[in-house]
Ligand binder design. Structure first.
Ligand code: NDP
Ligand code: 8X3
Length: 253
């Protein structure tokens, strides 16, 4: 029986790279996201290339009932989840507080904070039943330092950081590891989503930089997850070499 990892937000970027990385190491993978056709395509690719099993679950993490339903009805052979990678999330807009769109704020908080809570609560009973497991939460450097026009995105990732710390304490008694991963700039669809499809603005975010790749983060998560049973990385901040913290960059002209 292969180990099982559940990855939220596996239709793109870091989540997709993690699905490939873990599938290549013979994990069976539960992949989630809202774009069903991408989930189906990834399932076929992973099963064909790596000979593992893939369960796609299509839901919006903001929808508490949909999340609960997905895990209440989880087939028995998929219930022994070893690793939960709470990765789904997004930024919307980069506006000064007084100009920002309240709908964007709500979507970020509902996805990055509430979504992570809903999925965690739904999956935890499976880990508690086994008295083991590993939860990896996707934070950000934006959850360590607030930057100009980052306001509510930063708040959502500060919340992820606090939730991660709280989970780690409360889940000690169940032998469940909890790790927070906090990347700087990673070139994925993140900026395209943040800037609402404006390709030039999205590309400009990485101009003059060799940013992190989704594969860099997948490798990091893989490292954290494959340490011996008695070792737990609590908190890991990772940036590209041209970035230090949330607001210092050395960009080449
Ligand atoms: P992408 O936009 O490439 O991927 C985001 C993933 O999250 C997609 O698979 C998307 O799936 C999923 N997702 C978003 N909202 C929802 C939702 N409401 N319900 C279900 N799934 C959702 O970005 P990244 O890979 O870069 O982002 C992954 C995580 O990494 C995010 O939490 C982000 O905040 C964090 N991060 C990113 C950094 C970066 O610079 N890229 C740096 C630090 C942290 P779908 O659209 O199909 O639902
Ligand atoms: C994504 C990294 O710096 O755009 O969380 O906030 S940043």
């Amino acid at each position: 029986m292969n180990k099982i990892i559940l990855i939220t937000g596996a239709t793109s970027g870091i989540g997709k790279a993690a699905a490939i990385k873990f599938a290549a190491a013979k994990f069976d993978v539960i992949i989630t996201g809202r774009r069903n056709e991408r989930l189906t395509e990834l399932k076929l690719q992973l099963e064909k290339e790596y000979g593992i099993q893939v369960l796609p679950l299509c839901f919006d993490v903001q929808d508490r009932q949909a999340v609960t339903a997905a895990f209440t009805n989880l087939p028995e052979q998929w219930q022994k989840i070893d690793v939960l990678f709470n990765n789904a999330g997004l930024a919307l807009g980069r506006d000064s507080f007084e100009d920002a769109d309240m709908n964007d704020w709500e979507t970020m908080l509902n996805s990055n904070v509430h979504g992570l809570l809903y999925v965690s609560k739904a999956v935890l009973p499976f880990m508690i039943a086994q008295q083991k497991g590993h939860i990896v939460n996707m934070g950000s450097v934006a959850g360590k330092e607030v930057y100009e026009k980052g306001n509510v995105y930063c708040a959502s990732k500060f919340a992820v950081d606090a939730i991660t710390k709280g989970m780690r304490i409360d889940l000690l008694k169940h032998n469940i590891k909890v790790t927070g991963i906090h990347p700087g700039a990673v070139e994925t669809e993140f900026s395209l989503v943040r800037f609402k499809g404006q390709e030039e603005t999205a590309k400009a975010a990485y101009a003059g930089l060799t940013p992190l790749t989704a594969e860099d983060i997948a490798d990091t998560v893989f490292y954290c997850v494959n340490l011996p049973a008695h070792v737990c990385i609590n908190d890991l901040v990772i940036t590209c070499t041209q970035q230090a913290g949330a607001y210092y960059f050395y960009k080449k002209q």
